[in-house]
Design a protein around this ligand. Structure first.
Ligand code: HEM
Length: 375
């Protein structure tokens, strides 16, 4: 085993929580149940006017308010009282401030950690994946898709193969929504992505609210998200369509330092790094430092590290060191985590704003939300 690789293994030894076995199958059945109830194929009525942000928020929040009364029966009294106060805010032309959004952020940050038996001990990775899949449907030519309308709440988008397993993340976010019914789903999910990155040791992701809830007709057709079994042409087709370039494709892929693949979701199996709940540049370092071989198994084609056979790479990850243009950027990120963090922050901030008309945002400049430990 190379010395560099041995170094990358350190975090695994240090953090016992990270080696918890796959438990996605046990993942909170109640989330699944609440997801089914909330994601009916029937679209909610659109807000009467969505020309202004607050009209949009109020429209979405009204629905959420109804949702609150419907679901409050299962809440503990303290949560119900808080939600009641939040619902009252909705009814009184409440205009949320940055502090109000920070409260939502804090609640998400707390929730991410309440994942004792789940995967590697944090909901962060799956929450980040929700924010990305909500945003990555964007098509720059038709200006459709993106994070604006949170259409993944509805079938058939909820059932698109690429979104398998995200019912867990939507269920977790629903709990937050009950407490803060005034926030739109698009804002909530992307704020979740921001919190996931920041709370798992990543860079600050500038973010601002303004997304409005839409109806099922705003959903985009299946096939807009990347297919992990394909190569560089496919990656370029998918990400150029969103408006990203080669460097940005490589930077975005670094999110795979986090989390793992689940056989019951994508069919693929295993984590990319030894520290799947801490963002680092290990994903790139491992791509270069380790020897990757095709795994011999019944599942879809994926690579495994020759030394320990405990890590994986998807075919779309591996092309980052096969394709000349991608490789140049992957090397920069492998060599310097600060460069990766800077580019990752820029590109994720853009990703989360795809499809949102600029005039909908409440502030000209994105905000930097405080981490839980800065609060
Ligand atoms: C480059 C194209 C991409 C492909 C083909 C791809 C594919 C996949 C697949 C197959 C999984 C496993 C899902 C499962 O079985 O649970 C996954 C997980 C994940 N992806 Fe990607 N992805 C891509 C880009 C991204 C981007 C741009 C982000 C975020 C910026 C991202 C964040 C994640 C995270 C955090 C997980 C772990 C989820 C978990 O642990 O539950 N991916 N991805």
């Amino acid at each position: 085993m190379s010395q560099a690789f041995a170094r990358l293994r350190q975090p695994l030894r240090a953090a016992s929580r990270q080696v918890a076995g796959p438990s996605s199958r046990n993942a909170a059945p109640s989330f699944r149940a609440s997801f089914r109830r909330f994601n009916s194929t029937e679209a909610p009525k659109p807000p009467k006017s969505n020309t202004g942000l607050y009209a949009g928020i109020a429209g979405g929040a009204l629905l959420a308010g109804i949702g609150y009364y419907y679901y409050s029966s299962g809440m503990n009294p303290a949560t119900a009282a808080k939600s009641g106060a939040q619902a009252a805010k909705v009814a009184t032309n409440f205009v949320p401030s940055k502090e109000d959004y920070q409260k939502v952020y804090n609640k998400i940050a707390q929730m991410l950690d309440e994942a004792e038996d789940y995967d590697d001990g944090s909901y962060g990775p799956v929450i980040l994946r929700l924010a990305w899949h909500a945003s990555g449907t964007y098509d720059k030519d038709s200006n459709t898709g993106g994070s604006n309308y949170a259409t993944m709440r509805f079938e058939p988008e909820a059932l698109h193969g690429a979104n398998n397993g995200l019912d867990v993340a939507r269920g977790l976010m629903q709990k937050i929504k009950e407490e803060f019914p005034w926030i739109s789903y698009g804002d909530l999910w992307t704020l979740g992505g921001v919190a996931a990155v920041q709370e798992m040791g990543g860079p600050k992701i500038p973010w601002r609210p303004g997304r409005i809830d839409g109806t099922a007709e705003k959903a985009t057709p299946d096939g807009r998200l990347p297919d992990a079994s394909q190569g560089s042409d496919h990656l370029r087709n998918i990400f150029y369509r969103m408006g990203f370039n080669d460097q940005e494709i490589v930077a975005l892929s670094g999110a795979h330092a986090l989390g793992r693949c689940h056989t019951d979701r994508s069919g693929f199996d295993g984590p990319w790094t030894f520290s799947p709940i801490t963002l680092t540049n290990d994903y790139y370092r491992l791509l270069f430092d380790e020897k990757w071989v095709w795994r011999k198994w019944e599942g879809p084609k994926q690579l495994q590290d020759k030394s320990t056979r405990s890590l994986m790479m998807l075919p779309t990850d591996y092309v980052l060191v096969q394709d000349k243009s991608f490789k140049k950027y992957a090397k920069q990120y492998a060599d310097d985590q600060d460069v990766f963090f800077k580019d990752f922050s820029d590109v994720v901030a853009r990703l989360f704003e795809l499809g949102v008309p600029t005039e909908q945002f409440v502030s000209k400049e994105p905000w930097v939300m405080k981490n839980a430990d800065e609060e």
